[in-house]
Each structure stands twice: as C-alpha cells, then as structure tokens.
Design a protein around this ligand. Sequence first.
Ligand code: NAD
Ligand code: UDP
Length: 309
Amino acid sequence: MENILVTGGAGFIGSHLCDKLIQDGNHVICLDNFFTGSHKNIEHLMDNKNFELIRHDIIEPIMLEVDKIYNLACPASPVHYQYNAIKTIKTNVVGVTNMLGLALRTNSRILQASTSEIYGNPIMHPQKEEYWGNVNPIGIRSCYDEGKRVAETLMMDYHRQNDVDIKIIRIFNTYGPRMAKNDGRVVSNFIIQALKNEDITIYGDGSQTRSFCYVDDLIRGMTSLMNSENFIGPVNVGNDGEYTVLELANMIIKLANSNSKIVFKPLPSDDPIRRKPDLSLAKEKLGYEPKIDIHDGLTKTIEYFSSIL
Ligand code: NAD
Ligand code: UDP
C-alpha cells in the first residue's frame, strides 16, 4: 500500500483521482484549500480508513511522509484563475516549489498537472510536445499559462539539479461529473444552460475549436504516467476529437433535449483559436488512447448535472 498525496484532491479531476487511487488499494491524503474544490466531491470517501483530508494551501510549506505526489492544486477555469491572478501565479511557482521540496525530502515521485494552455494560441496544429508554444506573457491568461510553464521549468530543474523523480502531464480540456456548477468552463456552462432552457452563451462566433476528454480517460492516462518507468514526459493526454464551440453547443442542446437558443457574446482576449492534442507520444510510451466517445461522455455529464440542479 502506498501513501499518496493528491493536492487539489477535492476538485473536479482530483476527486476522481482520489477514487481511483483508493480503489487500487492505496492510502490517500487529499490536500485542498477549497477555493474551487468542494466537500461534496469527496463526501463519499470521508469514512474510508484509507482516506485522509487536510485543509491546506500549497503556498505554505507542509511536512508529510508520502511515497507519491500528484500536484493538481490550482484553479483551472479562466473565471476562477483570473479572480485572483497573483494568487494563481503563486500557486504555480511558490506552491509547486513547496511540493518539489516535499518530494525531494521524502524521496517521492511527483507528477505535475500541466496543461495544453502552455501552448498558448498554437501555431502548430495539432500540438506536439516538442512545440514551444505561442503565449502572451502579459495577458489575462498569463497568470495561468505562464504560471504552468514556470511549474514545468521548476519540475525539470529539480530533476536535473536534485535528481527528483518527476512526471509532467499536459492535460487537454477535460469534462465530466463533479465540475462545479459555477465553474464557468464551456461544457458545464452549456449543459447547465441547456438543462434550464436558458440561452447558450457562445463567446465569439463559435468557430474556435477544442478537443474534449472525458474524465475517466484522463485519470487512466494520468495514473499510467505516474506508474511508468524511464519516461518523465511532458506528455499530452486528452482526446483528439476536435469540435468547434458551436458544434459542441448543438450537440449538448440535442442530447439534453433542450429548447435553448444560442446567443453570441464577446470573445475574451487571448482565447486560443484552435486546440487538439497530438497523442502519439502518449500512445507510444503509455499505450494510452481515449476510449469514451464525446456523446457518451456528454450524456453522463448531463445526467450528473440534472441530478444536482
Ligand atoms: P478544479 O478547480 O476543480 O480543481 C482544483 C483544486 O485545487 C480545487 O479543489 C481547489 O480548491 C484546489 N486548489 C486551488 N488552489 C490551491 C492551493 N493554492 N492550495 C491547495 N489547493 C488549491 O480544477 P480541475 O479541472 O480539477 O483541475 C485540476 C488540475 O488539472 C489543475 O491543476 C488544472 O490546472 C489541471 N488541468 C485541468 C484541465 C481541465 O480541463 N479540467 C485542463 C488542463 C489542466
Ligand atoms: N466558451 C463559450 N461559452 C462559455 C464558456 C466558454 O463559448 O460559456 C468558450 C471559450 O471562449 C473558449 C472555449 O469555449 O473558446 C473553451 O473555454 P473553457 O473556458 O472551457 O476552456 P479553455 O478556453 O481554457 O480551453
């Protein structure tokens, strides 16, 4: 049995990861400051003797004994990471340094949840890991995407300088049950609007693309990377089906049997025009392939939101 720390464990992805690690027979320490996470996401684990919850902010150092660290702590939705931009950068710089210090002291393996946002508004399409990105250093998304880029740099420098055992996963747009109602990202926004028969708010003309990964696929890719040998990444994990935001809106309206109308709102600045992962490295090194079709994944997510609304 391993003792595994999951920072951001009460969040959307983190809580699914806690479930999987407990199912696999590990002891899980879930650490969260509850900025965007919720007790509801982990409520079902509270009586499990292999689950421990710590309310803590990774910006402060912490002394723990662990075998592995999954560092997911960081708000992921533009609405939330822009709410306190300075705090977001600190989480990705000071927080990641603290977690790397913990990994160094305890000689534990650490996985960093990086993001497709490090590619910025990509000129290379689809995005391969070798691509260095096209990122605005002074824009409203910089606290997150530049923050996550520094986090990758810190991971690599602790690895080169102190031999810390690291893994870097670049996560592409992931959705599923337990996204917060006020999350503000496109899938949860559209589903909630569709279920309430309210207007679906498309930012821009809806021609921008994203590639959407169901959370179970992501968790499989993430745990495979953590348990792999002789491969540190960075590696893209997601789903390579590419859809325009308008196509997504129409799919959700249909699947939710909704009467919602589509309305167009201004496109936020620095919103990437297109995004799709090249998954060949994940396939080669981890045997990873997404399995859950977007219609099935959206249907499960719609069921979840109808049960909580
Ligand atoms: P989320 O907002 O649901 O989860 C983030 C969790 O981290 C929350 O529980 C929050 O309370 C906690 N947290 C935030 N700052 C913290 C701090 N300073 N100290 C302790 N806890 C803190 O988001 P998510 O979608 O589950 O994302 C999880 C991770 O995956 C994030 O690091 C995010 O950047 C990364 N990621 C997610 C996606 C996606 O599409 N969901 C894409 C790329 C990367
Ligand atoms: N988006 C939208 N309506 C919404 C929320 C988001 O049209 O209510 C758009 C957003 O402008 C972006 C895409 O959907 O082009 C994905 O946005 P999200 O915040 O989910 O993720 P990210 O931009 O970080 O990939």
